[in-house]
Design a protein around this ligand. Structure first.
Ligand SMILES: Cc1cc2nc3c(=O)[nH]c(=O)nc-3n(C[C@H](O)[C@H](O)[C@H](O)COP(=O)(O)OP(=O)(O)OC[C@H]3O[C@@H](n4cnc5c(N)ncnc54)[C@H](O)[C@@H]3O)c2cc1C
Length: 396
């Protein structure tokens, strides 16, 4: 039985584990976090490709999420600017992660074990953990996210780049919203796109994947442009410590939160303002991305965000990780030499990842388009149709 070691036990790592296990590999996952991951992230948009990937791995897609039938763009007064029929199932990070985690045997899931690097051997690779443990396998996979240690060793020249904007996210309980909001914006995939911002939102399941009417939540996402100095200030906590990549939500300073609330009062239409006001603590993260020119070398592969981050505008992170996993398992079936399989996998997935990566950058760039005459109320965005019709759609 061939043996794989996967560094990173989030969605990318667990998809790769499921795909390799299905091909008869023995797979051990080493996750840095000491407790089971849960409650991270918020909404995830699904695509047929993702649903087919789950089915191919014998993972149920029953009750996957909330069905939305259309997309609606609003102006600052809450008037509808555009409504497009757009059937899609929207789910949550928790739902996908818990389905994948349930498919992976506990005895092969190791929490609190961080990989610091690897060593290529003769037709084998060794994963090196932070307690100096060395684990030899036929294949070592870096599924350790955008700050990947495995990628840093394989491709030290690849650095994540800041986009010039942050994303604020929040979740509101359906039951807390007014009847008006429940009957209108809650039911749709909503947009509000004034210059310098982009707001999207959609309903997702409530706690414990509760899909019953009245028990769901609304996933609110707001991209806002920030200058470098302002970002540095936002990432600095009360004690003056600067958190270079992202700041844990409880450490965000009160004045940063009140500036955000003021901006929300000035910027948002009443429907999104109500959703935000009734949300639990909103949190923000700077948006970075990167793209690797190869996704495998020797006996070491990269999957998911470790290999490439497509900014969230395309809603492809989870689907991309699923496609990486299936492509990797497929190549390993076709080639008996692992480095050949990784070369074929790399060729296929680097190109596909690049398409998602660049489409996401293009969509991100529309945030800053400032038409003559202004667009403070979101009604004169020249890219409105492109934003509404291509956000969170599959990039082939
Ligand atoms: C605002 C926002 C909205 C999004 N919306 C969508 C969407 O609609 N649809 C979609 O498909 N995707 C979306 N995504 C992206 C999606 O969440 C990720 O792309 C996807 O989960 C990829 O997961 P991953 O496992 O590759 O990386 P990650 O989720 O980053 O996981 C990496 C894992 O590795 C662990 N780790 C890190 N370092 C080490 C180490 N040294 N050793 C061992 N373990 C380590 C981490 O603890 C973590 O568990 C969104 C992201 C954001 C920020």
């Amino acid at each position: 039985m061939k043996k794989a070691v996967i560094c990173g036990g989030s969605i990318g790592g667990l998809f790769a584990a499921a795909a390799l296990r299905k091909s008869g590999w023995q797979v051990d996952v080493y996750e840095r976090t000491e407790i089971e991951l849960s409650g991270r992230g918020a909404g995830i948009v699904t695509h047929d490709v993702l649903i087919n990937a789950l089915k191919a791995l014998d993972i149920t897609t029953d009750n996957l999420g909330v069905f939305v039938k259309d997309r609606t763009a609003y102006d600052k007064n809450g008037n509808e600017l555009m409504r497009l029929p757009f059937p899609q199932v929207v789910t949550s990070w928790d739902r996908i992660h818990s389905l994948l985690r349930a498919s992976h045997p506990d005895q092969h899931h190791h929490l609190g074990r961080a990989a610091i690097g690897y060593r290529q051997g003769h037709n084998k690779a060794v994963a090196i953990l932070d307690d100096k443990t060395e684990i030899e396998a036929d294949l070592v996979i870096g599924a350790d996210g955008f700050g990947s240690n495995i990628r840093a060793q394989m491709l030290p020249e690849i650095k994540s780049l800041s986009s010039g904007y942050v994303v604020w996210r929040a979740l509101a309980n359906e039951a807390d919203l007014s009847r008006e909001v429940q009957n209108d914006v809650f039911k749709t995939f909503g947009f509000f796109v004034p210059t310098g911002s982009q707001i999207i939102g959609y309903p997702i399941a409530g706690f414990g994947n509760d899909l019953r009417e009245g028990h769901r939540r609304y996933n609110f996402v707001w991209y806002i442009g920030v200058e470098q100095d302002e970002l540095k200030d936002m990432l600095t906590d009360e004690k003056g410590n600067y958190h270079s990549v992202s700041i844990p939500p409880p450490l965000v300073r009160d004045d940063v939160m009140s500036r955000f609330t003021d901006t929300a009062h000035k910027t948002l239409p009443a429907n999104f303002a109500e959703i935000l006001e009734k949300s639990e603590m909103p949190f923000f993260a700077p948006i970075y991305d990167h793209h690797s020119p190869i996704m495998g070398k020797g006996n070491v592969g990269l999957v998911g965000d470790a290999a490439c981050v497509a900014r969230p505008h395309v809603g492809m992170g989870v689907t991309k990780a699923a496609c990486d996993a299936l492509s990797l398992a497929d190549s390993l079936k076709k080639f008996s030499i692992i480095s050949d399989a990784l070369a074929a996998y790399s060729e296929e997935r680097v190109a596909a990842s690049a398409r998602a990566h660049y489409r996401a950058r293009d969509l991100g760039a529309t945030i800053f388009v400032d038409p003559e005459g202004g667009n403070e109320d979101g009604s004169r965005n020249p890219n409105l149709h492109e934003i509404v019709s291509t956000t969170a759609t599959i990039v082939n």
